[in-house]
Design a protein around this ligand. Structure first.
Ligand code: F6R
Length: 606
């Protein structure tokens, strides 16, 4: 969602701000803006792409201190006035804000009664006027921001600059903010991605913390006045490149990164000798694993689908009940938490507000939650404390691809680990570990020759709707295929466990309706063939994802074979054609593949 980048140092701020904005584009946004201080503060902002903003900037913008923002509209429409930065009436203070100020209406009403002329419809603008009032009453910048935040309810990641002060005041509460520490210069950003090329040393601000950042120092304190540590963390080198390279889109690049991403996830975690998996970060001994009454997963969107795969693997290998919940529902359903159960929060970004809220609810009720997360040091990873990173490398396309495969891989590792601690034999463990180890190579083989994906595009691109079917472990894969096609090509898609089709969705089928069936060579295949016949009898066109060499191919109008693997690991292969179908269909329809409308990469509002 919204993104922030700020700079203070001895160099010109503008190049850092523009580069930072470009690196934040992946989060999804509808307007952008910058404020640079050079004596006075100059603000430039507009709706549209960062490139539109850049093309309209004056030739020279000098200044060594500045802040910038990409906005994803929540309070107020997509207009130039609602874009950030927002300024005080005298133009001497500029502010960028991520998050939602819940009591903004009341604050705005009061400001208007006091004669302040509000220029936007946003909640954020109220903050800058309140800060200005404190400054007018003689407060220093840090105090002015602190006093203002004490009057606010809600979430914020914000940066403020002031004419006459060489500093940026920033604060975090529920909306991530990271300070990149340099030598004679410092940066502030809403995530670590725009900082990667600049510094490895970062301060991850905690909720309720304020920071006064100059070119030489970072001083942190809490909004309530208590002191706060500003521990510098060194970021590990991420294996992935945050640049597009030779690919036309991040989505295609990330689809093709899956073999390497999977290797990164599996390396050092497979124990061939004992037929076991090592996930030390979970902090779970065999004794713990034996006592667990059940396992629960929380996630949204693609992460939820990966969790649904994981839960089936765990039930199968460990014979322990496992459930996967939609994070946004979980907290509101007053869940019963068993203190010996294990909960997993599954998230690529580690910032999804619904999943974070679910984690806090579990912790409040005395439950134990581990993170299965991609972004190192993200809010959910820190809130959980323990967990397992999936090591996908940076994922910048809004449509998640390589994170899905790596979540499935990480949860497969856990399924083996808990299975071995309970009833799974060493020989069976060894067979599974060997098979899992081969998956990256099989993914590579498929991507080198992906089959007739473009033929599928011809059928689905003009369809009224597309039905996706799968059974067992392939049911969540079907859901993932439907989500991908819907979110980037805007085609209505339905996904059902194949057996449910005859209980309703079959009514949609008519001559030529595309039905995508995920049917690996597992114990449920014959039942899926019956579902295929039911669809064909109504004139549907069957697009079949199946294992190479399987005679089921005869059931298809278009057959896409993927390499064979153990039934439990098929989701990492069967998902690949579905990702490619979505990508090429969106492309054929002229859609913005990496930045689909209305969506954001990291969904930080509930
Ligand atoms: C789909 C997609 C979203 C995310 C969801 C959860 O392609 O990207 O459905 O999967 O918003 O995001 P994370 O994994 O960051 O919690």
């Amino acid at each position: 969602m919204c993104g922030i980048i700020g700079y203070i140092g001895d160099k010109q701020a503008l190049p850092f701000l523009l580069d930072g904005l470009r690196r934040l584009e992946y989060r999804g946004y509808d307007s952008s803006g910058i404020a640079v201080k050079n004596g006075d503060i100059r603000v430039h902002k507009r709706t549209g792409k960062v490139a539109d903003l850049e093309s309209k900037l004056p030739k020279k913008i000098e200044g060594t201190c500045g802040i910038a923002h990409t906005r994803w509209a929540t309070h107020g429409g997509v207009t130039n006035a609602n874009a950030h930065p927002h300024c005080s009436e005298d133009g001497k203070i500029a502010l960028v804000h991520n998050g939602i100020i819940e009591n903004a209406r009341m604050l705005r009403n009061r400001l208007e009664k006091e004669g302040v002329k509000l220029r936007s419809e946003t909640d954020s603008e109220a903050l800058v006027h309140l800060i200005h009032r404190e400054i007018s009453n003689g407060a220093k910048p840090l105090t002015a921001v602190r006093r203002t935040l004490k009057r606010c309810r809600g979430t914020w990641g914000l940066c403020v600059i002031f004419e006459g002060h060489d500093k940026i005041i920033c604060a975090r509460n529920g909306s991530p903010l990271v300070i990149g520490v340099g030598d004679g210069e410092n940066w502030i950003a809403s995530d670590t991605l725009p900082l990667q090329a600049l510094t490895q040393h970062v301060i991850l601000l905690d909720d309720g913390v304020l920071a006064e950042v100059t070119s030489e120092s970072v001083k942190t304190s809490r909004v309530d006045g208590r002191s706060s540590d500003s521990e510098v963390t060194t970021l590990e080198d991420d294996w992935g490149e945050a640049e597009l390279g030779d690919y036309p889109h991040f989505m295609l690049k990330e689809i093709h990164e899956q073999p390497e991403a999977l290797r990164q996830c599996l390396t050092g975690r497979l124990d061939l000798k004992d037929g076991n998996a090592r996930l030390g970060g979970l902090g779970l001994s065999s004794k713990n694993l034996q006592k667990i009454p059940y396992v629960r997963f929380l996630g949204c969107g693609t992460a939820l689908h990966a969790a649904q795969v994981g839960r089936l693997s765990i039930e199968q290998l460990a014979r322990v009940p496992a459930l996967a919940h939609v994070s946004s529902e979980f907290r509101h359903n007053d869940p019963v938490i068993h203190s010996e159960a294990i909960h997993f929060a599954v998230s690529q970004s580690g910032e999804t507000a619904d999943t974070l809220a679910a984690v806090k609810e579990i912790q409040l009720k005395g439950g134990d939650v581990r993170g299965v997360i991609n972004v190192v040091g993200s809010t959910i990873a820190r809130q959980c404390g323990k967990g397992c990173y999936i090591h996908s490398g940076p994922e910048q396309s809004v449509a998640s691809t390589k994170a899905f495969s790596n979540m499935v891989a990480a949860l497969s590792l856990f399924a083996i680990q808990i299975g071995r601690a309970r009833s799974l034999s060493r020989a069976e463990g060894q067979r599974l570990v060997r098979s899992l180890q081969e998956v990256p190579q099989l993914v590579e083989e498929y991507l080198a020759d992906p089959g007739p994906v473009k033929k599928v595009v011809k059928i689905v691109k003009n369809a009224k709707s597309v039905l996706f079917l799968g059974r067992g472990i392939s049911a969540p894969v079907a859901r993932e295929g439907a989500l991908k096609l819907m979110e980037i090509a805007y085609i209505p898609c339905l996904a059902y466990p194949a057996g449910e089709m005859k209980h309703g969705p079959i009514a949609l089928l008519e001559k030529g309706s595309p039905v995508v069936v995920v049917a690996p060579n597992d114990s449920l295949k014959d039942k899926t063939i019956s579902s295929i016949h039911e669809c064909r009898a109504r004139g549907a066109k069957i697009i079949l994802i199946h294992e190479a060499g399987d005679s089921i191919a005869e059931e298809a109008d278009i057959s896409i074979p993927v390499p064979s693997t153990d039934p439990m690991f098929t989701p990492m292969l069967t998902v690949l054609p579905l990702q490619l179908i979505a990508y090429h269909t969106a492309l054929a329809l002229g859609c913005d593949v990496d930045r689909p409308r209305n969506l954001a990469k990291s969904v930080t509002v509930e």
